[in-house]
Design a binder for this molecule. Structure first.
Ligand code: TMP
Ligand code: ASP
Length: 238
């Protein structure tokens, strides 16, 4: 496999073409973004930590029967993935209230959501990733109804697998965001799963161990990500 030209640079990752039209290279940078790119900072080691974290989680999800785009780690900061035709939509599941849900509905952070909520957001920084519903996805042709239904089913399946994984490490999976695409007609999990795109709290102290540390200026961001990794059995030096 040969890495070719850059196709696209997102807020935290860049994407490169390869000599295989079905595969691309994701490069995890140290850039850390919040508030739809209004705040961007470089955090040492972040590219490496998120690349390895994502590889670990995607492998666990694949073992649980969830199709993902992840193929293999290429280096500390690079992974080989399948090229998906992405749905421009973010799928969010919440087990506890936090973040935009608290602001939107005026509810207290930490209340239990039973059953967990499922929300959709349009990927559009200029519009601030507005919340949308399943009818919008269909009417605007962002995804076929059956593919969206599959993405929703897989998003909930990820919840079962990851709630249990993080619980074993003494953590609560509060909420998370996933992105899906189509590969050979199949709905496949794309993008990344890292503490950038989820909320994780220590089960006892409720200490925040995710990107809210960056959003809220709490410090110790990458140290917290590494702590999460260690608690679920990862070794970042491997
Ligand atoms: P929210 O509370 O800001 O709506 O976010 C819910 C979860 O989804 C949280 O874990 C962060 C994640 N998320 C992203 O990673 N990127 C996004 O653009 C959005 C809207 C949410
Ligand atoms: N990932 C988004 C951004 O960079 C939203 C966030 O995490 O706050 O702006």
């Amino acid at each position: 496999m040969e890495k070719r030209e850059e196709l696209y640079a997102g807020k935290a990752k860049s994407v490169f073409r390869t000599d295989d039209p079905d595969k691309m290279v994701l490069v995890f940078r140290n850039d850390t973004s919040a508030f739809d790119g209004k705040r961007i900072e470089q955090l040492d080691r972040k590219g490496m930590v998120n690349n390895k974290f994502n590889a670990f989680i995607m492998t666990k999800l694949q073992e649980a029967g969830i199709p993902t785009h992840f193929e293999k780690l290429l280096s500390d900061t690079e992974s080989l993935v399948k090229c998906l035709d992405m749905m421009p939509v973010e799928c969010v599941v919440r087990n506890f209230a936090a973040g935009s849900l608290c602001r939107r509905l005026g509810v207290e952070e930490g209340i239990t959501l039973t059953p967990p909520t499922f929300e959709l957001f349009l990927k559009n920084d200029e519009l601030g990733d507005p919340m949308i519903n399943e009818s919008h996805v269909e009417s605007f042709g962002w995804a076929k109804a059956a593919d969206l239904a599959k993405a929703k089913e897989l998003t909930y399946k990820v919840n079962d697998v990851l709630k249990a994984l993080f619980a074993e490490g003494g953590m609560i999976l509060v909420d998370y965001k996933l992105e899906f695409g189509i590969f050979n007609g199949e709905v496949v999990l794309g993008d990344e799963f890292s503490p950038d795109g989820c909320r994780l709290w220590d089960a006892e102290t409720k200490e925040k161990l995710d990107k809210d540390r960056f959003r809220q200026g709490l410090g110790g961001v990458i140290e917290a990500y590494e702590e999460v990794g260690r608690r679920i059995g990862m070794d970042f030096d491997a």
